[in-house]
Design a protein around this ligand. Sequence first.
Ligand code: GUN
Length: 303
Amino acid sequence: MNAIPSVKLIDGKATAARVLAEVREQVDTLRRGGVQPGLAVVLVGLDAASQVYVRNKVLRADEVGIRSLEQRLPSDTSQAALLDVIDRLNRDPRVNGILVQLPLPDHIDEHQVLQAISPLKDVDGFHSENVGGLAQGRDVLTPCTPSGCMRLLRDACGDLRGKHAVVIGRSNIVGKPMAALLLQADCTVTVVHSRSHDLPALCRQADILVSAVGKPRLIGADWLKPGAVVIDVGINRIDEDGRSRLVGDVDLAAALPYASAITPVPGGVGPMTIAYLMKNTLLALDLQQQAAQRERTACPSPC
Ligand code: GUN
């Protein structure tokens, strides 16, 4: 008889709390030295979900001692006005991280806005310089959700080298950077998407399965290799039995007997995104301090 592996639910809430405690300690040390990291969060418009995300980001920053600056702009803010705000934040020495909450209203060119953020303050890791740096394996700011997933995977699996990771989804926010981070960790990486043939068969090859498609309970038992580690990035709101609830891309009950470790929704990947935003704010400060040091070395006297 095949032994069914014992299942482990990956507790993202607990891991995020550990990451935030590490961040808080580092912030305390910085503040004792007279430096307080700062994070600016920009929200354009009144999208309900975005308002909740932004509120949570600001609250978490305050909790760990990072100075938060919330910029709420009306839905009809012009592209030029938004670029002016970003320019001001780029030049503000008290601001180490800048995040523009997505999606932006339709009349705004998202790419141009993200490219306007200084790459050293780009705590989302969405600027093409950081995207390219990640592809080249350089030490750059990387997107928060995939970075958080990597921490969960390292805690669950230890050494990732040589494992076959399958990423479902090819978004710029999750799928593509997730694949790049897994490749950097020496995994064999397959990216599958809505046009891939026979998704379940491709996913059954995965030692590590990361799903970021946004389809409630798409992934059932027949998509999993026994013993796979499953990271469910999907957060989908459904109505069930007369009430609204959040579920992932993975059918948790169906997957439980097959996965060796799996993130639940809620309480899996979700809390890691904000924790890594805080970590990225400290990394951004560090990169800015290194850049300032390089400038001083290159040009020691005022020139
Ligand atoms: N909207 C949904 N996810 C994200 C994210 O990770 N960063 C930003 N800026 N906006 C988002």
